[in-house]
Design a protein around this ligand. Structure first.
Ligand SMILES: [Zn+2]
Length: 248
């Protein structure tokens, strides 16, 4: 029963994340105007906005002007619901679950905006930082000093890499790492950066092999940091324990 509620909740949040992904880069409000077709401007009715189901029933088209909607809206909703179920499976009902669901939502928004616009928005990172600090203070999962160290370390390390590599890393990536340091503390932050380089390396090769990008194309790094942060969020504890056992 709880799983079903998690799926429905994930689909609804996914629907809201779509609005964020679409409107935030355009500096539009995420509250008003209500959802509308961007071509014919018709305000969509509640039954047009049921995640995934409305999309399937209308065969992916606007019911008023039959412009096709990108399947990505439904994909983001399904992705959000799947990741929420995964978080629920790992954390069960706990304060950690709330932190995981909120951070996961931020990671999804950051990933898709960065993919679309090669940009990680300051306002999104500011919200992530504030929310992260508040949750950490509430759950006592990361101490304030650890948040500060994590943030300085995240921003500092990527800044150095950006200076040394001469342009591979953007300002958004540096600020994203600093925000993650606040949310995670230094241990999880180090693990996130480590994983992001592995994922980025593998991802870069795959994109080239499958000719989705050419050597000259800019490949945004933000989605790889977000993916690494997600894995750290879900399995950081296990990975760090495992690592400690190996080196001891
Ligand atoms: Zn329309």
């Amino acid at each position: 029963m709880l799983i079903l509620l998690t799926i429905i909740f994930g689909l609804l949040i996914g629907s809201f994340l779509n609005v964020c992904i679409y409107r935030l880069p355009k500096n539009e409000s995420i509250v008003t105007p209500p959802s509308h077709c961007t071509v014919c401007n018709t305000h969509l009715k509640p039954w047009d906005l049921i995640p995934v189901i409305s999309y399937l029933l209308s065969r992916g088209r606007c019911r008023y002007c039959s412009t096709s909607f990108s399947p990505r809206y439904a994909f983001v909703e399904l992705l959000t619901a799947s990741l929420f179920v995964w978080c629920f499976y790992v954390f069960e009902l706990s304060p950690e679950l709330i932190k995981a669901l909120i951070l996961t939502s931020f990671f999804i928004v950051i990933t898709f905006i960065d993919y679309d616009h090669q940009l990680i928005l300051d306002k999104v990172l500011a919200c992530l930082s504030i929310v992260g600090v508040v949750i950490n203070l509430w759950t006592h999962s990361v101490e304030p000093f650890n948040m500060l160290i994590g943030s300085l370390l995240g921003g500092g390390l990527l800044l150095i890499i950006a200076l040394v590599s001469g342009g591979g890393m953007g300002g958004g990536d540096i600020k994203f790492a600093a925000a993650l340091g606040l949310c995670f503390g230094w241990e999880y932050l180090i693990l996130t950066l480590f994983l992001s380089f592995i994922f980025g390396g593998i991802g870069g090769v795959l994109l080239l092999v499958f000719k989705m990008k050419s050597r000259k194309d800019f490949i945004p790094f933000g989605p790889f940091i977000a993916l690494a942060a997600l894995f750290t969020l879900l399995y950081g504890n296990n990975m760090i324990t495992w690592y400690m056992e190996i080196i001891s």
